[in-house]
Design a protein around this ligand. Structure first.
Ligand code: CA
Length: 225
């Protein structure tokens, strides 16, 4: 799951980014409204946008309106300073989906993030499955044939992405774009190492393989059985 965070207080932005990354999200940060807008309407689709309202240049409300005008329906969570109730009203009118008043606890933030990411999926079962592999994006539990599988943050993000987009070959570059941060300097070899580690955990101990290498192209998650 990829999140865009737009917040001009660097310390707060970096703290939120780190906290969300520990929760296994990939997070890109923009410290100005303008930069945030460029990323939000750019090629890389986000699963959620978190934006402060008071930003230099374009403010959060204007940013949200512009994103919606571009036909982007990514959920937007607004951050606002305490007592700025007008902000709340304007933010929700501008197309935001939820708001939080600063200061907030990270636990509250995580709960809002989970709810917003879940929301557009409608009635779809939030637990992903391929064959006997199950992944719960809400509780972060992964099991195969009923056995719990322990994955690192990045491994989890990779498996989740492959499970959300099964029966399709993904190049290493595509995987990097969806699973690592925008500014991370990740080489294709890193993806290979992660895929190998994932296979050791959730494919090698089991008779049928779910992750398939398509030579020269990339990787695919598929249940052959
Ligand atoms: Ca601000």
């Amino acid at each position: 799951m990829r999140i865009l965070l737009i917040e001009d207080e660097h310390k707060l932005a970096n703290a939120i980014k780190r906290a969300l990354e520990l929760q296994k999200y990939a997070v890109d940060v923009a410290y100005e409204g303008e930069d945030g807008l460029i990323l939000a309407i750019g090629e890389e689709a986000y699963d959620l946008i978190i934006s402060d309202i008071m930003l230099p240049g374009i403010d959060g409300i204007e940013l949200c309106q512009k994103i919606r005008q571009e036909g982007i329906h990514t959920p937007v969570l607004m951050l606002t300073a305490k007592g700025q109730i007008q902000d709340k009203v304007a933010g929700l009118d501008g197309g935001a989906d939820d708001y939080m008043v600063k200061p907030f606890s990270f636990d509250e933030l995580f709960a809002r993030v989970r709810a917003l990411i879940r929301r557009p999926k409608g009635e779809r079962d939030p637990v992903l499955s391929i064959g006997d592999l199950y992944l719960d994006p809400i509780s972060f539990k992964v099991t195969r044939a009923g056995e719990p599988i322990e994955l690192s943050t990045r491994e989890f993000a990779l498996v989740e992405y492959l499970m959300r987009n099964p029966n399709k070959v993904h190049s290493k570059e595509q995987l990097i774009a969806h699973v690592w941060d925008y500014d991370a300097n990740v080489l294709p070899g890193t993806v290979e190492v992660h895929i190998k580690n994932i296979r050791d955990k959730l494919d090698t101990p089991f008779p049928n393989k779910l992750i398939h290498t398509v030579r020269g192209f990339g990787y695919e998650m598929r249940d052959k059985s």
